[in-house]
Design a protein around this ligand. Structure first.
Ligand SMILES: Nc1ncnc2c1ncn2[C@@H]1O[C@H](COP(=O)(O)OP(=O)(O)OP(=O)(O)O)[C@@H](O)[C@H]1O
Length: 571
């Protein structure tokens, strides 16, 4: 965390410098008061006038100093928190598929909002304020020693008690603060989940039960916040009590010295004023140290995200794809429970077209996920042109592959931005992608054509239109390998046929399609059909070979053909 605090040294130094000057000026106020009072009591008009003029100028300078200090602190804070947030954000994006999905996305939102706010309010700000407190403390001690060493000694003796507070309260506050942060994540997750399920809530009239769930979560957060605030309150109250004891003992001793003529009235006022300068900073330092200690769990949670991101700089990169992809004896289990693939060996040659078919849950999509490097914990090996994927960095593999999913996510932006995804492509490339994907066909009914906003997750588009945008998004990447995971399932039969037909005609494209649509007209055009069952490859071959074998594919195909026939009869 220190790395972030020291990142913007220039602004930090400016803030610290002006804070220190401000702190010293604050201490100096006691001397001004002493001077004004003593000149007044001694009826020294000339001295009194000078003291008033000097004090007035002093306060103007102090205000100006305070303004510079505040401004530089805001700038320092803005820069530091922006960098910190950026690193947490990058850390989240660097996570691999598995560890990203281990957490709910709302947790990350909470990390970037609630937790960062805590870092600002309970870690960095107290650190900065403490610097001023320390200077006030040192300056006050020096002036107090100059006025009267005995009073200083008594004040010190009583205030030492204050330092035991972080020792007693630091750990319980940290634990409670950690619980609040965890509960805030759950709370954000719950709200996100409820709002995402808005349609279900409305259609099933479950507003009341959802409100109930919201209230339970909300109450739990507030309860934990209260527990955390409660212990912080106890800590602050004990600090205050000990602080007041310090001050009262100083005033009592000062009064005694006044009566015995060893102290002037002005000096006694200065001692009272300085008592604040001693007791205040000690109390603030104690509270802030306790606060900073309390942030340990939240900080380490955020730093873990920043540091654990997968950096694969030592791995080779796959520059191009020229020959084949080989899966050899692949077995894979999700969460050590469900065996999704069982000793699968397949070879996909460059520019050939493959269809992967099989019953639901037979492991088809899992093959695509492993090719995309979502998971590493499989047995066997996957290689691109003979290079083992475990030795190649995932980014370089992903540059060779595009995927079109069944349910693809759309950003709340225009169609164009959803296709380009922030990368540079020529007008012709965009035009071609719009044509092949069929997006072009519905652009004229949209208000702003390709620049039309499509709403949250494409809510302004139909399922089929969304899928066409997804297809355009993949095609424009112009990668040598294209994966389709039910990539045309939301389209009407004619459009789906046209798009798949176009893709099958592209000679320099390797296509792997996971499909449930067993249409002879399309499947017969694939070079090879891979039939999966319970995680195993049970058959491989061309359409006619598989139909003639009369095995698993034939069974699936017959059921599908019968369904189609029944549908036609019903219509
Ligand atoms: N993220 C996951 N976590 C745990 N289990 C999973 C996960 N994804 C898939 N599975 C399980 O792995 C098995 C294979 O799933 P997969 O998605 O590969 O099947 P599929 O053949 O593509 O199915 P479908 O045709 O229904 O899409 C299934 O039993 C499924 O329940």
């Amino acid at each position: 965390m220190k790395k972030y605090i020291l990142k913007y040294k220039g602004w930090l130094a400016t803030t610290v410098l002006f804070r220190c000057i401000g702190a010293l000026m604050q201490v100096f106020i006691a001397i001004l008061i002493q001077n004004i009072l003593d000149t007044a009591i001694n009826k020294d008009f000339e001295g009194f006038k000078k003291a008033i003029i000097f004090s007035s100028i002093f306060f103007i300078v102090m205000t100006f100093n305070n303004y510079i200090n505040q401004t530089s602190q805001f700038i320092y804070m803005k820069k530091t928190l922006t960098k910190f947030k950026e690193d947490v954000f990058r850390g989240v994006l660097r996570k691999d598929y598995k560890s990203f999905n281990d957490e709910n996305t709302a947790e990350y939102i909470s990390n970037l909002t609630n937790d960062i706010n805590l870092v600002q309010g309970q870690y960095i700000t107290p650190y900065l304020e403490m610097i001023g407190d320390v200077v006030i403390f040192v300056g006050t001690t020096a002036v107090l020693l100059w006025i009267n060493p005995w009073i200083t000694l008594v004040m010190f003796a009583t205030s030492i008690l204050l330092f035991i507070i972080p020792v007693i309260f630091g750990t319980p506050i940290s634990k409670r603060q950690g619980l609040v942060s965890d509960e805030l994540s759950k709370f954000t997750t719950k709200i996100k989940d409820i709002f995402s399920g808005y349609e279900v809530i409305k259609s099933y009239n479950i507003e009341d039960s959802m409100t109930e769930e919201f209230l339970t979560c909300n109450n739990q957060v507030e309860h934990l916040k209260l527990r955390s605030n409660h212990i912080q309150g106890i800590s602050a109250s004990v600090s205050m009590l000990l602080g007041i004891m310090t001050q009262v003992s100083a005033i009592a001793l000062g009064g005694y010295f006044l009566m015995t003529g060893k102290l002037t009235v002005g000096s006694l006022f200065a001692v009272v004023q300085l008592g604040n300068g001693l007791f205040g900073p000690i109390m603030f330092i104690v509270t802030k140290v306790t606060m900073i200690k309390g942030m340990k769990e939240v900080n380490s949670k955020l730093l873990k995200i920043i540091n654990e991101g997968n950096i694969e700089s030592d791995k080779k990169s796959l520059k191009e794809f020229n020959e084949n992809i080989k899966l050899e004896n692949i077995s894979f289990t999700y969460n050590d429970e469900i065996q999704a693939l069982d000793n699968v060996s397949i070879s996909f040659s460059k520019n050939k077209k493959y269809a992967i078919v099989g019953r639901s849950g037979s492991g088809k999509s899992t093959i695509l996920r492993l090719l995309l490097g979502y998971y590493d914990n499989f047995e066997g090996s996957i290689s691109f042109d003979g290079q083992d994927t475990k030795e190649i960095c995932k980014d370089s593999i992903n540059k060779q592959i595009s995927i079109i999913h069944q349910n693809v996510y759309m950003f709340d932006e225009s169609i164009k931005k959803n296709i380009l995804l922030g990368k540079e492509f020529s007008k012709d490339e965009l035009k071609k992608a719009l044509q092949v994907s069929g997006v072009e066909e519905f652009l004229n009914i949209l208000p702003d054509g390709v620049d039309s906003q499509i709403g949250e997750n494409g809510s302004n588009l139909s399922g089929g239109q969304k899928q066409r945008v997804a297809i355009a998004r993949s095609l424009i990447q112009n990668t040598p390998i294209l994966l389709l995971d039910e990539g045309t399932s939301a389209l009407d039969t004619k459009t789906a046929y046209e798009i798949e037909d176009t893709l099958l005609r592209l000679d320099d494209l390797t296509v792997l399609t996971v499909t449930h649509k067993l249409s002879q007209s399309l499947l017969s055009r694939y070079d090879e059909i891979i039939v999966m069952d319970k995680g195993k490859v049970v058959e491989m071959g061309s359409f006619s070979e598989l139909v003639n074998t009369k095995g698993e594919f034939y069974n699936l195909y017959s059921i599908e053909s019968e369904d189609n026939l029944n549908e036609e009869v019903a219509n």
